[in-house]
Design a protein around this ligand. Structure first.
Ligand code: NAP
Length: 293
C-alpha cells in the first residue's frame, strides 16, 4: 500500500484532498474516443486508485464521450464519502472524434445534466469550465464571463458545488474570479512546459489549487537525458521524478496523472514518497532551459 499522506493534502473547495489524484482520460479508447481496449482492466485501475487512497478523480463527459464517466460510476458507485470527482464542460465530441467548443447556455446546462446522470450524482462537486474559445488547442484570450455566469446560476440551483477553470490565461482567471469563486485552475504544465510559473505562485497565495494536465507530458510522456539521469541517481523511474518535481514545485499543485495501467498507477502513487534533493532540482531545470518551457 502506498502512503499518499507523505505528499500531503490541499484544499479543493470545501474538501481536503490528497495531492496525488488520478486523471481518467486515458481510460477511454484510442484518441480518447470509444470504449477502452480492456474494460475490466479500466474498472480495476479506478478501484485500485481509490483503494490506495486517491480521493480526487478528474474526468469529463467528453472522454469517450460519456465512457469514462460510465466507467467511474460502475467501478466506484456508491462513492466513498471523501471522493471528489471533478468534471469539465465547454466542449463536445463530433462523430469523427473531433473536439468542438460548446459553451452556449443550452450546451453548458445540458453538459451539467449529462454529467450528473452519467456519474449518478445529485450535485457535481467541482465543474471546470474548459475554455475553448478558439478552434485551435492554444489558449486564446477572450471573455469567459457569459459561460461562467451560466455555471454560477447552475451552482445557485444546487447542481454544482464548486467552479474551476481549465485552459485559461491569467487574465481569464482574474475575469473568472470576478464572476464567481474559483477553486482550481487546470492548465498544461510539467517539467518541460513551465509557462504558468507566475500564475501558480499567485494562485498559491490565494489558496487556489493548480492542477496541471499532461503532468507526465501527455500522449508522448516526457523523455530527456537529465530526467533519466536524476531517476537513476535516486533509484526511481523518470515518471516518478516528474511527479515528485511537481509536488515540490508548489504546495497548491494537485496531481492527476493519467494511466490505463495498474502497474503505472502504483508507480505514480509511489511518487508521494520521493524527495528530490537540491542538486536534482538544478539538473531538472535544464529540461525547461532546453526549450521545452
Ligand atoms: N483540461 C484539459 O484540457 C485536459 C487535457 C488533457 C488531460 N486532462 C486531464 O489530465 C489528466 C492527465 O493528463 P494525461 O492523462 O493526458 O497525461 P499524463 O498524465 O501527462 O500522461 C499520460 C500518459 O503517460 C503514460 N503513463 C502514465 N504513467 C506512466 C508511468 N508510470 N510510466 C510510463 N508511462 C506512464 C500513460 O500511458 P499508460 O496508459 O500506458 O500508462 C499515458 O500515455 C487526464 O487524465 C485528464 O483527466 C485535462
Amino acid at each position: 500500500m502506498n502512503d499518499l499522506s507523505k505528499a500531503g493534502t490541499f484544499s479543493l473547495g470545501n474538501h481536503r484532498v490528497n495531492r496525488i489524484g488520478y486523471g481518467a482520460m486515458q481510460l477511454a479508447g484510442p484518441g480518447v474516443f470509444g470504449p477502452p481496449r480492456d474494460r475490466d482492466a479500466a474498472l480495476q485501475v479506478l478501484r485500485q486508485a481509490v483503494a490506495h487512497g486517491v480521493n480526487h478523480i478528474d474526468t469529463s463527459d467528453f472522454y469517450g464521450p460519456h465512457i469514462t464517466n460510465h466507467l467511474i460510476r460502475e467501478a466506484l458507485s456508491p462513492y466513498p464519502e471523501d471522493l471528489v470527482i471533478v468534471t469539465k464542460v465547454g466542449a463536445v465530441r463530433g462523430e469523427d472524434a473531433s473536439w468542438n467548443p460548446a459553451f452556449s447556455r443550452e450546451a453548458l446546462t445540458q453538459a451539467v445534466h449529462d454529467n450528473l446522470r452519467n456519474l449518478e450524482l445529485d450535485t457535481l462537486e467541482v465543474v471546470n469550465f474548459r475554455c475553448m474559445l478558439s478552434a485551435t488547442q492554444d489558449t486564446a484570450e477572450g471573455s469567459i464571463e457569459a459561460p461562467l455566469t451560466v455555471l454560477a446560476e447552475l451552482q445557485r440551483q444546487g447542481l454544482i458545488r464548486h467552479i474551476g477553470l481549465s485552459h485559461v490565461t491569467p487574465t481569464q482567471v482574474a475575469q473568472g474570479r470576478s464572476v464567481c469563486d474559483i477553486v482550481c485552475v487546470q492548465n498544461h504544465y510539467n517539467l518541460a512546459h513551465r509557462k504558468d510559473d507566475e500564475l501558480i505562485d499567485n494562485l498559491a497565495r490565494d489558496g487556489i489549487a493548480y492542477v496541471p494536465y499532461f503532468p507526465l507530458g501527455g500522449f508522448s510522456p516526457l523523455q530527456s537525458s537529465a530526467l533519466s539521469q536524476v531517476a537513476e541517481q535516486l533509484a526511481a523511474s523518470p515518471m516518478q521524478v516528474a511527479l515528485a518535481w511537481l509536488l515540490q514545485r508548489s504546495p497548491n499543485i494537485l496531481l492527476i496523472p493519467g494511466t490505463s495501467s495498474a502497474a503505472h498507477l502504483r508507480e505514480n502513487l509511489a511518487a508521494a514518497e520521493l524527495v528530490l534533493p537540491e542538486e536534482a532540482l538544478e539538473q531538472l531545470d535544464k529540461i525547461a532551459g532546453a526549450g521545452g518551457a
